[in-house]
Structure formats: structure tokens, C-alpha cells
Design a protein around this ligand. Sequence first.
Ligand SMILES: O=C(CO)[C@@H](O)[C@H](O)[C@H](O)[C@H](O)COP(=O)(O)O
Ligand SMILES: [Zn+2]
Length: 195
Amino acid sequence: MDISKRIIKHFKDSAELKLKVKDELAQPIAEGAQLFFDCVANDGKILCCGNGGSAADAQHFAAELLNRFEKERPGLAAVALTTDSSVLTSIANDYDFNQVYSKQVRALGLPGDSLLAISTSGNSPNVVAAIHAAHERNMRVVALTGRDGGEMARALHANDVLICVDAKSTARIQEVHLLALHCLCDVIDYLLLGE
Ligand SMILES: O=C(CO)[C@@H](O)[C@H](O)[C@H](O)[C@H](O)COP(=O)(O)O
Ligand SMILES: [Zn+2]
């Protein structure tokens, strides 16, 4: 396959997956936005985590909530747990990489706060551990996953929200995750500000 054809196939595959999953994801994304809206409207904060590209997604989402998305509004309380290299390296060095997010959730999380947990496989142990830590702190969870939702789907409670992209490719799942995160921002702003 020539290189242009290869690139065009990526665009087609990405667009086709987004169209394929739009109807099944609309409801869980709406529920996730409502959960986060209720959280910040009641003075809670949103802690966000993931690995690799999903760490970037966690930061991207936290920045759009804390600063702004598309409209002027007060900053919303969102914190990415992926950014402080001193915290991350000390936990990984002294304990275990699997605890880099759960230890932060236990330290920072309060009842009424919420967790955005992102993993395309649904199986990253540090993200699964963050979900368990959030539950210990009486926090609700929005999980963004792929494939069959993996261990994360099994760890969720009934009042959590699972947004699972039914696909196998990590890159394609991440591309839908980014769209889902922008939908969450848009709906949170709509609930706050109206049209
Ligand atoms: O962005 C990519 C691949 O597109 C990678 O950095 C990817 O995020 C990393 O391999 C992650 O460690 C994968 O973890 P997960 O999505 O299974 O939780
Ligand atoms: Zn990637």
C-alpha cells in the first residue's frame, strides 16, 4: 500500500469507528457529564488519570475544565494526577508504579469528589487501583475504556459510569476517547450555562 493510501485508511477507520459507536455512547457520555456536573456544582473536584496517550487525555480534560473549553465560565475544579514527576517517581520508587494514582486519590480525594479513569485496555493496574481508592473515599467514577472494558468495568459500582469504546485498536479507541472528552466538556458547560 502506498503511504498516502495508508494515511487515508487511518482517517477512514477513525471516522467509521466514531460513526459506528455514536449511538451507543451518547447515553453513557450524557450520564458522565451529569455526574461531573453534580460533582463540581456541589463543590467537589474531579481527579483524572491514565497512562501514555491516556495521561495526555487526562491532562487535556483537566485543563479544559480548570481553564476553559469553548465558552467563558468560572474555572472548574479538575486535577490531573499525571503531571507531578516528583510525586509520581517517589511513589513508583518507594512503593510500586501500580500505586502512583491510588496513593494520590487517597491523599487528595474527599467524599463527593469524582475520578476520571482512562485506559484503552481497561486493564492498567494503576488505573484499576485508582478506582478502588476512589470507592474507599466515597467518590464516584467515570471510566473511559475500550475493548470489553476489562478489569475496570468489573471494578465499577452501580452509580459509576462506563464509557466503553467497542474496538480493539488502542489508537482508534484513543481517538474516540478524545471526542468523548470534548462531549463531556460541552455538556458540562451546557448544564452550567445553557445554550
Ligand atoms: O498512546 C499510545 C498508543 O496510541 C500509548 O502511549 C499508550 O497510551 C500506552 O501504551 C499505554 O500504556 C496503554 O495503556 P492502556 O490504554 O491499556 O491503559
Ligand atoms: Zn496514542
